[in-house]
Design a binder for this molecule. Structure first.
Ligand SMILES: NC(=O)c1ccc[n+]([C@@H]2O[C@H](COP(=O)([O-])OP(=O)(O)OC[C@H]3O[C@@H](n4cnc5c(N)ncnc54)[C@H](O)[C@@H]3O)[C@@H](O)[C@H]2O)c1
Length: 532
Protein backbone atom coordinates (compact mmCIF):
# COMPACT_ATOMS: atom_id res chain seq x y z
CA UNK A 1 0.00 0.00 0.00
CA UNK A 2 1.22 3.52 -0.79
CA UNK A 3 0.21 6.19 1.67
CA UNK A 4 0.75 9.94 1.71
CA UNK A 5 -0.66 12.72 3.86
CA UNK A 6 -3.94 12.75 1.98
CA UNK A 7 -4.09 9.44 0.22
CA UNK A 8 -3.84 5.68 0.61
CA UNK A 9 -3.80 3.69 -2.62
CA UNK A 10 -2.49 0.31 -3.78
CA UNK A 11 0.44 1.61 -5.85
CA UNK A 12 1.07 5.24 -6.73
CA UNK A 13 3.16 4.14 -9.74
CA UNK A 14 -0.08 3.04 -11.42
CA UNK A 15 -0.96 6.72 -11.88
CA UNK A 16 0.42 6.88 -15.42
CA UNK A 17 -1.94 4.10 -16.58
CA UNK A 18 -4.75 5.70 -14.60
CA UNK A 19 -4.28 9.03 -16.37
CA UNK A 20 -4.48 7.26 -19.74
CA UNK A 21 -7.74 5.62 -18.69
CA UNK A 22 -9.09 8.98 -17.58
CA UNK A 23 -8.23 10.36 -21.00
CA UNK A 24 -10.21 7.54 -22.64
CA UNK A 25 -13.16 8.08 -20.33
CA UNK A 26 -13.16 11.82 -20.88
CA UNK A 27 -13.37 11.39 -24.64
CA UNK A 28 -16.68 9.57 -24.19
CA UNK A 29 -18.25 11.78 -21.55
CA UNK A 30 -19.18 14.79 -23.67
CA UNK A 31 -22.16 15.90 -21.60
CA UNK A 32 -20.18 15.93 -18.36
CA UNK A 33 -17.39 17.87 -20.06
CA UNK A 34 -19.91 20.56 -21.03
CA UNK A 35 -20.96 20.83 -17.39
CA UNK A 36 -17.31 21.00 -16.42
CA UNK A 37 -16.68 23.82 -18.89
CA UNK A 38 -19.49 25.85 -17.37
CA UNK A 39 -18.38 25.02 -13.84
CA UNK A 40 -14.86 26.19 -14.66
CA UNK A 41 -16.29 29.53 -15.78
CA UNK A 42 -18.89 30.09 -13.08
CA UNK A 43 -17.28 28.34 -10.09
CA UNK A 44 -20.65 27.50 -8.50
CA UNK A 45 -19.02 25.23 -5.91
CA UNK A 46 -16.27 27.59 -4.82
CA UNK A 47 -14.85 26.46 -1.49
CA UNK A 48 -17.47 23.74 -0.95
CA UNK A 49 -16.13 20.55 0.63
CA UNK A 50 -17.58 17.51 -1.15
CA UNK A 51 -17.11 14.10 0.49
CA UNK A 52 -17.68 11.12 -1.77
CA UNK A 53 -18.16 7.38 -1.29
CA UNK A 54 -18.48 6.22 -4.87
CA UNK A 55 -16.99 3.39 -6.93
CA UNK A 56 -13.50 4.72 -7.68
CA UNK A 57 -13.54 4.24 -11.44
CA UNK A 58 -12.22 6.28 -14.33
CA UNK A 59 -15.68 7.81 -14.85
CA UNK A 60 -15.91 8.82 -11.19
CA UNK A 61 -12.54 10.52 -11.62
CA UNK A 62 -14.04 12.69 -14.36
CA UNK A 63 -16.83 13.64 -11.97
CA UNK A 64 -14.18 14.56 -9.40
CA UNK A 65 -12.44 16.74 -11.98
CA UNK A 66 -15.79 18.39 -12.79
CA UNK A 67 -16.53 19.21 -9.16
CA UNK A 68 -13.04 20.59 -8.68
CA UNK A 69 -13.39 22.68 -11.85
CA UNK A 70 -16.46 24.18 -10.17
CA UNK A 71 -14.32 25.19 -7.20
CA UNK A 72 -15.07 22.29 -4.84
CA UNK A 73 -12.56 20.56 -2.62
CA UNK A 74 -13.02 16.81 -2.86
CA UNK A 75 -12.27 13.81 -0.66
CA UNK A 76 -13.18 10.36 -1.95
CA UNK A 77 -13.28 6.73 -0.94
CA UNK A 78 -14.91 3.67 -2.53
CA UNK A 79 -18.39 2.36 -1.84
CA UNK A 80 -17.61 -1.32 -2.34
CA UNK A 81 -14.53 -3.28 -1.33
CA UNK A 82 -14.04 -4.78 -4.82
CA UNK A 83 -14.88 -1.92 -7.17
CA UNK A 84 -11.89 0.40 -6.94
CA UNK A 85 -9.68 0.71 -10.02
CA UNK A 86 -6.24 1.01 -8.45
CA UNK A 87 -4.72 2.91 -11.36
CA UNK A 88 -7.50 5.49 -11.16
CA UNK A 89 -7.06 5.90 -7.40
CA UNK A 90 -3.34 6.48 -8.01
CA UNK A 91 -4.08 9.04 -10.75
CA UNK A 92 -6.43 10.92 -8.42
CA UNK A 93 -3.80 10.98 -5.70
CA UNK A 94 -1.30 12.34 -8.26
CA UNK A 95 -3.76 15.09 -9.14
CA UNK A 96 -3.86 16.12 -5.49
CA UNK A 97 -7.27 14.69 -4.67
CA UNK A 98 -7.72 13.27 -1.16
CA UNK A 99 -8.32 9.60 -1.95
CA UNK A 100 -8.37 6.49 0.18
CA UNK A 101 -9.25 3.30 -1.72
CA UNK A 102 -7.88 0.06 -3.07
CA UNK A 103 -9.40 -2.99 -4.73
CA UNK A 104 -9.99 -5.79 -2.25
CA UNK A 105 -10.31 -3.59 0.84
CA UNK A 106 -10.79 -5.30 4.18
CA UNK A 107 -13.98 -4.36 6.04
CA UNK A 108 -11.83 -2.53 8.56
CA UNK A 109 -10.15 -0.42 5.86
CA UNK A 110 -13.48 0.19 4.17
CA UNK A 111 -14.86 1.86 7.31
CA UNK A 112 -11.53 3.51 8.18
CA UNK A 113 -11.56 5.21 4.78
CA UNK A 114 -15.15 6.33 5.19
CA UNK A 115 -13.89 7.84 8.46
CA UNK A 116 -11.20 9.76 6.56
CA UNK A 117 -13.82 11.28 4.26
CA UNK A 118 -15.96 12.17 7.27
CA UNK A 119 -12.96 13.76 9.02
CA UNK A 120 -12.73 16.09 6.01
CA UNK A 121 -16.04 17.57 7.30
CA UNK A 122 -17.94 17.45 4.01
CA UNK A 123 -20.60 20.07 3.36
CA UNK A 124 -22.08 17.96 0.58
CA UNK A 125 -21.98 14.15 0.53
CA UNK A 126 -22.15 11.95 -2.55
CA UNK A 127 -23.00 8.33 -1.87
CA UNK A 128 -23.59 5.15 -3.82
CA UNK A 129 -25.44 2.91 -1.38
CA UNK A 130 -25.91 5.36 1.53
CA UNK A 131 -22.96 4.21 3.66
CA UNK A 132 -21.54 7.71 4.07
CA UNK A 133 -24.89 9.22 5.11
CA UNK A 134 -25.44 6.30 7.44
CA UNK A 135 -22.00 6.57 9.11
CA UNK A 136 -22.39 10.33 9.57
CA UNK A 137 -25.82 9.94 11.16
CA UNK A 138 -24.74 7.06 13.40
CA UNK A 139 -21.30 8.18 14.52
CA UNK A 140 -20.87 11.89 13.73
CA UNK A 141 -24.23 13.63 14.16
CA UNK A 142 -22.36 16.75 15.30
CA UNK A 143 -21.25 17.27 11.68
CA UNK A 144 -24.77 17.44 10.32
CA UNK A 145 -25.22 21.13 11.06
CA UNK A 146 -22.47 21.93 8.55
CA UNK A 147 -23.94 19.72 5.82
CA UNK A 148 -25.98 21.39 3.10
CA UNK A 149 -27.22 18.14 1.60
CA UNK A 150 -26.32 14.89 -0.06
CA UNK A 151 -26.69 13.08 -3.37
CA UNK A 152 -27.46 9.36 -3.73
CA UNK A 153 -26.56 7.39 -6.81
CA UNK A 154 -28.32 4.05 -6.54
CA UNK A 155 -31.70 2.37 -5.96
CA UNK A 156 -30.58 0.56 -2.82
CA UNK A 157 -29.24 3.79 -1.31
CA UNK A 158 -32.55 5.50 -1.95
CA UNK A 159 -34.45 2.64 -0.32
CA UNK A 160 -32.22 3.07 2.76
CA UNK A 161 -32.78 6.85 2.75
CA UNK A 162 -36.55 6.43 2.59
CA UNK A 163 -36.36 4.02 5.52
CA UNK A 164 -34.36 6.61 7.53
CA UNK A 165 -36.82 9.30 6.53
CA UNK A 166 -39.75 7.19 7.70
CA UNK A 167 -38.12 6.86 11.12
CA UNK A 168 -37.45 10.63 11.19
CA UNK A 169 -33.79 9.70 11.27
CA UNK A 170 -32.64 11.50 8.12
CA UNK A 171 -31.37 14.87 9.24
CA UNK A 172 -30.26 16.51 6.01
CA UNK A 173 -31.82 16.56 2.53
CA UNK A 174 -30.55 14.14 -0.07
CA UNK A 175 -31.13 14.33 -3.82
CA UNK A 176 -32.21 10.97 -5.24
CA UNK A 177 -30.01 11.21 -8.32
CA UNK A 178 -31.00 7.66 -9.25
CA UNK A 179 -34.54 8.94 -9.84
CA UNK A 180 -33.36 11.08 -12.76
CA UNK A 181 -34.57 9.55 -16.00
CA UNK A 182 -31.08 10.14 -17.34
CA UNK A 183 -29.82 7.92 -14.52
CA UNK A 184 -32.00 4.88 -13.86
CA UNK A 185 -33.43 4.57 -17.36
CA UNK A 186 -29.97 4.75 -18.92
CA UNK A 187 -27.30 3.73 -16.40
CA UNK A 188 -29.28 0.93 -14.70
CA UNK A 189 -30.73 -0.27 -18.00
CA UNK A 190 -28.03 0.05 -20.65
CA UNK A 191 -25.07 0.27 -18.27
CA UNK A 192 -25.88 -2.60 -15.92
CA UNK A 193 -27.30 -4.53 -18.86
CA UNK A 194 -24.00 -4.54 -20.70
CA UNK A 195 -21.46 -4.43 -17.88
CA UNK A 196 -23.02 -7.25 -15.86
CA UNK A 197 -22.61 -9.63 -18.78
CA UNK A 198 -19.14 -8.19 -19.37
CA UNK A 199 -18.24 -9.02 -15.74
CA UNK A 200 -19.50 -12.58 -16.06
CA UNK A 201 -17.67 -13.06 -19.36
CA UNK A 202 -14.40 -11.71 -17.99
CA UNK A 203 -14.70 -13.91 -14.89
CA UNK A 204 -15.65 -17.08 -16.76
CA UNK A 205 -15.47 -16.55 -20.54
CA UNK A 206 -18.71 -18.52 -20.97
CA UNK A 207 -20.75 -18.42 -24.17
CA UNK A 208 -24.15 -16.89 -23.53
CA UNK A 209 -25.71 -18.21 -26.73
CA UNK A 210 -27.89 -21.21 -25.96
CA UNK A 211 -27.60 -20.85 -22.18
CA UNK A 212 -30.62 -20.61 -19.90
CA UNK A 213 -30.03 -17.36 -18.04
CA UNK A 214 -32.17 -16.72 -14.98
CA UNK A 215 -32.53 -13.02 -14.19
CA UNK A 216 -33.87 -12.35 -10.69
CA UNK A 217 -35.60 -8.96 -10.55
CA UNK A 218 -37.12 -7.14 -13.53
CA UNK A 219 -36.44 -3.54 -12.52
CA UNK A 220 -34.37 -1.15 -14.63
CA UNK A 221 -31.25 -3.29 -14.14
CA UNK A 222 -32.96 -6.66 -14.69
CA UNK A 223 -34.65 -5.39 -17.86
CA UNK A 224 -31.30 -4.29 -19.26
CA UNK A 225 -29.58 -7.57 -18.43
CA UNK A 226 -32.45 -9.63 -19.86
CA UNK A 227 -32.41 -7.69 -23.11
CA UNK A 228 -28.64 -7.95 -23.57
CA UNK A 229 -28.58 -11.65 -22.66
CA UNK A 230 -31.32 -12.29 -25.19
CA UNK A 231 -29.28 -10.36 -27.75
CA UNK A 232 -26.40 -12.75 -27.13
CA UNK A 233 -28.65 -15.71 -27.85
CA UNK A 234 -29.50 -16.78 -24.31
CA UNK A 235 -32.88 -18.20 -23.28
CA UNK A 236 -33.88 -15.76 -20.58
CA UNK A 237 -36.05 -16.70 -17.61
CA UNK A 238 -37.20 -13.95 -15.26
CA UNK A 239 -38.16 -14.32 -11.60
CA UNK A 240 -40.04 -11.47 -9.91
CA UNK A 241 -42.06 -10.77 -6.78
CA UNK A 242 -43.92 -7.78 -8.20
CA UNK A 243 -46.98 -8.68 -10.28
CA UNK A 244 -46.71 -5.78 -12.73
CA UNK A 245 -43.01 -6.28 -13.34
CA UNK A 246 -43.60 -10.03 -13.81
CA UNK A 247 -46.30 -9.18 -16.35
CA UNK A 248 -43.95 -6.79 -18.14
CA UNK A 249 -41.34 -9.53 -18.36
CA UNK A 250 -43.89 -11.97 -19.76
CA UNK A 251 -45.09 -9.42 -22.34
CA UNK A 252 -41.50 -8.66 -23.27
CA UNK A 253 -41.32 -12.30 -24.33
CA UNK A 254 -39.44 -13.83 -21.41
CA UNK A 255 -40.45 -16.93 -19.50
CA UNK A 256 -41.49 -15.99 -15.98
CA UNK A 257 -41.50 -18.60 -13.26
CA UNK A 258 -40.79 -19.21 -9.59
CA UNK A 259 -37.14 -19.46 -8.67
CA UNK A 260 -37.87 -22.90 -7.19
CA UNK A 261 -38.58 -24.06 -10.75
CA UNK A 262 -36.00 -21.94 -12.55
CA UNK A 263 -33.26 -23.20 -10.21
CA UNK A 264 -33.35 -26.63 -11.90
CA UNK A 265 -33.18 -25.20 -15.43
CA UNK A 266 -30.71 -22.31 -15.29
CA UNK A 267 -27.11 -22.37 -16.47
CA UNK A 268 -26.47 -18.82 -15.25
CA UNK A 269 -28.22 -16.96 -12.41
CA UNK A 270 -28.00 -13.20 -12.05
CA UNK A 271 -29.54 -11.27 -9.15
CA UNK A 272 -30.51 -7.59 -9.53
CA UNK A 273 -33.15 -6.99 -6.91
CA UNK A 274 -31.70 -4.87 -4.11
CA UNK A 275 -33.11 -7.57 -1.81
CA UNK A 276 -31.56 -10.12 0.56
CA UNK A 277 -31.18 -13.91 0.19
CA UNK A 278 -32.91 -13.99 -3.17
CA UNK A 279 -30.95 -17.10 -4.08
CA UNK A 280 -30.94 -19.22 -0.92
CA UNK A 281 -29.16 -22.48 -0.22
CA UNK A 282 -32.34 -24.44 -1.02
CA UNK A 283 -32.21 -23.02 -4.57
CA UNK A 284 -28.50 -23.78 -4.96
CA UNK A 285 -29.12 -27.39 -3.96
CA UNK A 286 -31.49 -27.72 -6.93
CA UNK A 287 -29.05 -26.27 -9.47
CA UNK A 288 -27.31 -28.21 -12.24
CA UNK A 289 -23.65 -29.16 -12.12
CA UNK A 290 -21.48 -26.16 -13.23
CA UNK A 291 -24.25 -23.59 -12.83
CA UNK A 292 -22.80 -20.09 -12.53
CA UNK A 293 -24.07 -17.49 -10.04
CA UNK A 294 -23.51 -13.76 -10.16
CA UNK A 295 -24.96 -10.71 -8.46
CA UNK A 296 -25.17 -7.20 -9.83
CA UNK A 297 -27.36 -5.71 -7.09
CA UNK A 298 -25.72 -3.22 -4.78
CA UNK A 299 -25.02 -5.39 -1.75
CA UNK A 300 -23.48 -8.85 -1.64
CA UNK A 301 -26.54 -10.12 0.21
CA UNK A 302 -28.62 -11.26 -2.78
CA UNK A 303 -26.97 -14.67 -3.04
CA UNK A 304 -26.62 -16.39 0.32
CA UNK A 305 -22.87 -16.87 -0.04
CA UNK A 306 -22.37 -17.47 3.68
CA UNK A 307 -24.73 -20.46 3.58
CA UNK A 308 -23.06 -21.76 0.42
CA UNK A 309 -19.63 -21.49 2.01
CA UNK A 310 -20.83 -23.37 5.07
CA UNK A 311 -22.56 -26.13 3.15
CA UNK A 312 -19.89 -26.67 0.48
CA UNK A 313 -17.64 -29.68 0.87
CA UNK A 314 -14.83 -28.05 -1.09
CA UNK A 315 -13.98 -24.56 -2.34
CA UNK A 316 -11.39 -23.45 -4.86
CA UNK A 317 -10.46 -20.16 -6.50
CA UNK A 318 -10.40 -21.20 -10.15
CA UNK A 319 -9.18 -17.83 -11.48
CA UNK A 320 -9.57 -14.22 -10.40
CA UNK A 321 -13.20 -13.51 -9.53
CA UNK A 322 -14.40 -17.08 -10.08
CA UNK A 323 -14.76 -19.48 -7.16
CA UNK A 324 -15.87 -23.11 -7.28
CA UNK A 325 -18.06 -24.57 -4.54
CA UNK A 326 -18.82 -28.27 -4.39
CA UNK A 327 -22.33 -28.78 -3.09
CA UNK A 328 -23.89 -32.24 -2.90
CA UNK A 329 -21.34 -33.50 -5.43
CA UNK A 330 -22.17 -30.71 -7.93
CA UNK A 331 -19.90 -27.82 -8.88
CA UNK A 332 -21.30 -24.32 -8.56
CA UNK A 333 -19.35 -21.29 -9.74
CA UNK A 334 -19.66 -17.92 -8.05
CA UNK A 335 -18.44 -14.84 -9.90
CA UNK A 336 -17.00 -11.80 -8.12
CA UNK A 337 -17.58 -13.29 -4.63
CA UNK A 338 -21.26 -12.38 -4.99
CA UNK A 339 -20.44 -8.64 -5.08
CA UNK A 340 -21.50 -6.37 -7.96
CA UNK A 341 -20.04 -8.50 -10.72
CA UNK A 342 -19.74 -5.69 -13.24
CA UNK A 343 -17.47 -3.71 -10.95
CA UNK A 344 -15.69 -6.62 -9.26
CA UNK A 345 -14.80 -8.57 -12.39
CA UNK A 346 -15.01 -5.85 -15.05
CA UNK A 347 -14.85 -2.05 -15.14
CA UNK A 348 -18.40 -1.07 -14.29
CA UNK A 349 -20.50 0.89 -16.72
CA UNK A 350 -19.05 2.29 -19.91
CA UNK A 351 -18.14 5.97 -19.80
CA UNK A 352 -20.92 7.10 -22.15
CA UNK A 353 -23.62 6.02 -19.73
CA UNK A 354 -21.81 7.37 -16.67
CA UNK A 355 -21.62 10.71 -18.45
CA UNK A 356 -25.34 11.28 -17.95
CA UNK A 357 -25.42 9.73 -14.45
CA UNK A 358 -22.63 11.99 -13.30
CA UNK A 359 -24.08 15.09 -14.94
CA UNK A 360 -26.92 14.32 -12.53
CA UNK A 361 -24.48 14.20 -9.61
CA UNK A 362 -22.65 17.38 -10.59
CA UNK A 363 -25.88 19.31 -11.17
CA UNK A 364 -27.37 17.93 -7.97
CA UNK A 365 -24.43 19.30 -5.99
CA UNK A 366 -24.85 22.65 -7.72
CA UNK A 367 -28.60 22.55 -7.03
CA UNK A 368 -28.01 21.93 -3.32
CA UNK A 369 -25.45 24.69 -3.00
CA UNK A 370 -27.43 27.27 -4.98
CA UNK A 371 -30.68 26.56 -3.19
CA UNK A 372 -29.27 26.02 0.26
CA UNK A 373 -31.72 28.34 2.01
CA UNK A 374 -34.82 26.80 0.45
CA UNK A 375 -33.96 23.15 1.06
CA UNK A 376 -36.22 21.14 3.38
CA UNK A 377 -35.16 20.94 6.99
CA UNK A 378 -35.41 17.90 9.25
CA UNK A 379 -39.00 17.54 10.35
CA UNK A 380 -40.17 20.02 7.70
CA UNK A 381 -41.16 17.87 4.75
CA UNK A 382 -39.68 15.20 2.58
CA UNK A 383 -35.92 14.96 2.94
CA UNK A 384 -35.37 12.77 -0.11
CA UNK A 385 -35.74 15.21 -2.97
CA UNK A 386 -35.62 15.01 -6.74
CA UNK A 387 -34.15 17.40 -9.24
CA UNK A 388 -36.47 19.61 -11.29
CA UNK A 389 -37.46 17.97 -14.57
CA UNK A 390 -35.70 20.67 -16.58
CA UNK A 391 -32.33 19.44 -15.34
CA UNK A 392 -33.03 15.91 -16.56
CA UNK A 393 -33.98 17.24 -20.00
CA UNK A 394 -30.88 19.40 -20.06
CA UNK A 395 -28.67 16.36 -19.40
CA UNK A 396 -30.29 14.37 -22.22
CA UNK A 397 -29.80 17.30 -24.56
CA UNK A 398 -26.14 17.71 -23.63
CA UNK A 399 -25.45 14.04 -24.21
CA UNK A 400 -27.29 14.02 -27.55
CA UNK A 401 -25.26 17.04 -28.66
CA UNK A 402 -22.08 15.30 -27.57
CA UNK A 403 -23.09 12.27 -29.63
CA UNK A 404 -23.84 14.44 -32.65
CA UNK A 405 -27.48 13.37 -32.60
CA UNK A 406 -30.09 15.90 -33.66
CA UNK A 407 -33.77 15.42 -33.07
CA UNK A 408 -37.06 17.02 -33.98
CA UNK A 409 -39.13 19.62 -32.23
CA UNK A 410 -42.87 19.38 -32.05
CA UNK A 411 -44.12 21.61 -34.87
CA UNK A 412 -47.35 20.14 -36.16
CA UNK A 413 -50.63 21.34 -34.77
CA UNK A 414 -51.97 18.91 -32.23
CA UNK A 415 -54.74 16.69 -33.48
CA UNK A 416 -57.80 15.95 -31.37
CA UNK A 417 -57.03 16.17 -27.70
CA UNK A 418 -53.35 15.37 -27.97
CA UNK A 419 -51.87 16.42 -24.67
CA UNK A 420 -48.91 18.70 -24.62
CA UNK A 421 -46.98 20.34 -21.88
CA UNK A 422 -46.19 23.89 -21.01
CA UNK A 423 -43.53 24.14 -18.38
CA UNK A 424 -43.57 27.42 -16.59
CA UNK A 425 -40.21 27.67 -14.97
CA UNK A 426 -40.20 30.36 -12.39
CA UNK A 427 -36.75 31.67 -11.75
CA UNK A 428 -35.30 34.35 -9.59
CA UNK A 429 -32.54 35.08 -12.03
CA UNK A 430 -34.05 35.05 -15.48
CA UNK A 431 -30.94 36.26 -17.26
CA UNK A 432 -28.96 33.45 -15.73
CA UNK A 433 -31.59 30.88 -16.68
CA UNK A 434 -31.89 32.19 -20.21
CA UNK A 435 -28.13 32.43 -20.58
CA UNK A 436 -27.89 28.81 -19.55
CA UNK A 437 -30.51 27.89 -22.07
CA UNK A 438 -32.68 26.43 -19.37
CA UNK A 439 -35.79 28.52 -19.60
CA UNK A 440 -35.55 29.07 -23.31
CA UNK A 441 -35.29 25.40 -24.00
CA UNK A 442 -38.15 24.51 -21.76
CA UNK A 443 -40.33 26.92 -23.67
CA UNK A 444 -39.09 26.00 -27.06
CA UNK A 445 -39.49 22.31 -26.64
CA UNK A 446 -42.72 22.35 -24.79
CA UNK A 447 -44.72 24.60 -27.04
CA UNK A 448 -46.19 23.34 -30.27
CA UNK A 449 -46.59 25.89 -33.02
CA UNK A 450 -50.25 26.41 -32.26
CA UNK A 451 -49.13 28.20 -29.14
CA UNK A 452 -45.96 29.65 -30.56
CA UNK A 453 -47.32 33.16 -30.19
CA UNK A 454 -47.55 32.50 -26.50
CA UNK A 455 -43.86 31.97 -26.17
CA UNK A 456 -43.31 35.66 -25.77
CA UNK A 457 -46.06 35.68 -23.20
CA UNK A 458 -44.22 33.07 -21.23
CA UNK A 459 -41.02 34.96 -21.58
CA UNK A 460 -42.82 37.97 -20.19
CA UNK A 461 -43.93 35.76 -17.39
CA UNK A 462 -40.39 34.78 -16.70
CA UNK A 463 -39.40 38.40 -16.55
CA UNK A 464 -42.21 39.05 -14.12
CA UNK A 465 -40.93 36.17 -12.10
CA UNK A 466 -37.60 37.88 -11.67
CA UNK A 467 -39.20 39.34 -8.58
CA UNK A 468 -40.41 36.02 -7.29
CA UNK A 469 -38.84 35.19 -4.01
CA UNK A 470 -41.51 33.33 -2.13
CA UNK A 471 -44.54 31.16 -2.49
CA UNK A 472 -46.91 34.07 -1.95
CA UNK A 473 -45.54 35.71 -5.07
CA UNK A 474 -45.80 32.46 -6.93
CA UNK A 475 -49.51 32.43 -6.27
CA UNK A 476 -49.88 35.90 -7.76
CA UNK A 477 -47.84 34.84 -10.70
CA UNK A 478 -49.98 31.82 -11.36
CA UNK A 479 -53.00 34.06 -11.53
CA UNK A 480 -51.22 36.11 -14.17
CA UNK A 481 -50.46 32.91 -16.02
CA UNK A 482 -54.08 31.94 -15.87
CA UNK A 483 -55.21 35.24 -17.34
CA UNK A 484 -52.67 35.02 -20.09
CA UNK A 485 -53.58 31.49 -20.97
CA UNK A 486 -57.26 32.19 -21.10
CA UNK A 487 -59.91 29.99 -19.60
CA UNK A 488 -58.52 27.85 -16.91
CA UNK A 489 -60.78 25.49 -15.10
CA UNK A 490 -61.61 27.41 -11.96
CA UNK A 491 -61.98 24.55 -9.53
CA UNK A 492 -58.71 22.96 -10.48
CA UNK A 493 -57.02 26.35 -10.24
CA UNK A 494 -58.47 26.70 -6.79
CA UNK A 495 -57.07 23.32 -5.82
CA UNK A 496 -53.67 24.28 -7.08
CA UNK A 497 -53.64 27.52 -5.20
CA UNK A 498 -54.77 25.72 -2.08
CA UNK A 499 -52.01 23.21 -2.37
CA UNK A 500 -49.57 26.03 -3.01
CA UNK A 501 -50.12 27.44 0.40
CA UNK A 502 -48.83 24.27 2.02
CA UNK A 503 -45.97 23.75 -0.36
CA UNK A 504 -42.47 24.78 0.38
CA UNK A 505 -41.04 26.89 -2.44
CA UNK A 506 -39.12 23.85 -3.36
CA UNK A 507 -41.87 21.46 -4.28
CA UNK A 508 -42.77 20.82 -7.83
CA UNK A 509 -46.42 20.74 -8.61
CA UNK A 510 -48.45 20.03 -11.68
CA UNK A 511 -51.63 21.60 -12.78
CA UNK A 512 -53.82 20.21 -15.51
CA UNK A 513 -56.50 22.21 -17.17
CA UNK A 514 -58.55 22.31 -20.35
CA UNK A 515 -58.97 25.00 -22.91
CA UNK A 516 -62.61 24.80 -23.92
CA UNK A 517 -62.87 25.03 -27.66
CA UNK A 518 -59.17 24.41 -27.94
CA UNK A 519 -57.69 21.12 -28.85
CA UNK A 520 -55.08 20.79 -26.24
CA UNK A 521 -54.75 19.87 -22.65
CA UNK A 522 -52.28 22.05 -20.85
CA UNK A 523 -50.13 20.79 -18.09
CA UNK A 524 -48.48 23.54 -16.17
CA UNK A 525 -45.44 22.39 -14.27
CA UNK A 526 -44.18 25.05 -11.96
CA UNK A 527 -40.97 24.83 -10.08
CA UNK A 528 -39.18 27.57 -8.30
CA UNK A 529 -35.52 27.53 -9.00
CA UNK A 530 -32.76 29.67 -7.70
CA UNK A 531 -34.97 31.22 -5.09
CA UNK A 532 -32.59 33.13 -2.95
N1 LIG B 1 -24.33 -3.19 -10.79
C1 LIG B 1 -24.49 -1.90 -10.93
O1 LIG B 1 -23.62 -1.19 -11.44
C2 LIG B 1 -25.77 -1.28 -10.52
C3 LIG B 1 -26.24 -0.14 -11.18
C4 LIG B 1 -27.48 0.40 -10.79
C5 LIG B 1 -28.19 -0.20 -9.75
N2 LIG B 1 -27.66 -1.28 -9.12
C6 LIG B 1 -28.35 -1.97 -8.03
O2 LIG B 1 -29.12 -3.04 -8.63
C7 LIG B 1 -30.25 -3.33 -7.82
C8 LIG B 1 -31.52 -3.24 -8.68
O3 LIG B 1 -31.68 -1.91 -9.14
P1 LIG B 1 -32.97 -1.49 -10.01
O4 LIG B 1 -32.78 -0.05 -10.30
O5 LIG B 1 -33.21 -2.45 -11.11
O6 LIG B 1 -34.09 -1.66 -8.87
P2 LIG B 1 -35.67 -1.79 -9.04
O7 LIG B 1 -36.22 -1.52 -7.69
O8 LIG B 1 -36.12 -0.99 -10.21
O9 LIG B 1 -35.89 -3.34 -9.42
C9 LIG B 1 -35.68 -4.39 -8.53
C10 LIG B 1 -36.72 -5.47 -8.85
O10 LIG B 1 -36.41 -6.64 -8.09
C11 LIG B 1 -37.64 -7.22 -7.67
N3 LIG B 1 -37.40 -8.11 -6.54
C12 LIG B 1 -37.24 -7.80 -5.23
N4 LIG B 1 -37.05 -8.91 -4.52
C13 LIG B 1 -37.08 -9.96 -5.37
C14 LIG B 1 -36.95 -11.35 -5.24
N5 LIG B 1 -36.72 -11.93 -4.05
N6 LIG B 1 -37.04 -12.12 -6.35
C15 LIG B 1 -37.27 -11.57 -7.56
N7 LIG B 1 -37.41 -10.25 -7.75
C16 LIG B 1 -37.31 -9.44 -6.67
C17 LIG B 1 -38.52 -6.03 -7.36
O11 LIG B 1 -39.89 -6.37 -7.37
C18 LIG B 1 -38.14 -5.07 -8.48
O12 LIG B 1 -38.99 -5.20 -9.61
C19 LIG B 1 -30.19 -2.32 -6.67
O13 LIG B 1 -29.52 -2.91 -5.58
C20 LIG B 1 -29.36 -1.19 -7.23
O14 LIG B 1 -28.79 -0.41 -6.22
C21 LIG B 1 -26.49 -1.86 -9.51
Amino acid sequence: MDAGKDYEVKDIKLAEQGLKNLELAEARMGALLEVRKRFAKEKPLKGVRVGMALHVTKETAILVRTLRAGGAEVAITGCNPLSTQDDVAAALAKEGVRVWAYKGESTEDYYRYLGRVIAFRPQVTIDDGCDLVSEIHKKHPDLIKEIVGGCEETTTGIIRLHAMEKDNALKYPVVAVNDNKTKHLLDNYYGTGQSTLDGIMRASNILFAGKSVVVCGYGSCGKGVSLKAKGLGANVIVTEVDAFRALQAALDGFRVMKLDNAARIGDVFITLTGNKSVIALKHMKLMKDTALLANSGHFDAEIDVAALRKAATATRRMRPFLDEYVLGGKRLYLAGEGRLVNLAAAEGHPSEVMSTSFCGQALAVEHLVKNKAALPKAGGGSMVITLPKGIDDEIARLQLTAMGVRFDELTAEPVGDLPFAVDVVLVADVDDALARGLAYRVLKISLPSVLAERVYVLQELLVVSRAVMAVARLEALLKVAVELFGTLHQSSLHRTLQSLSVLSPYKLFSHSCFFPGRVARILVNCSVKYVR
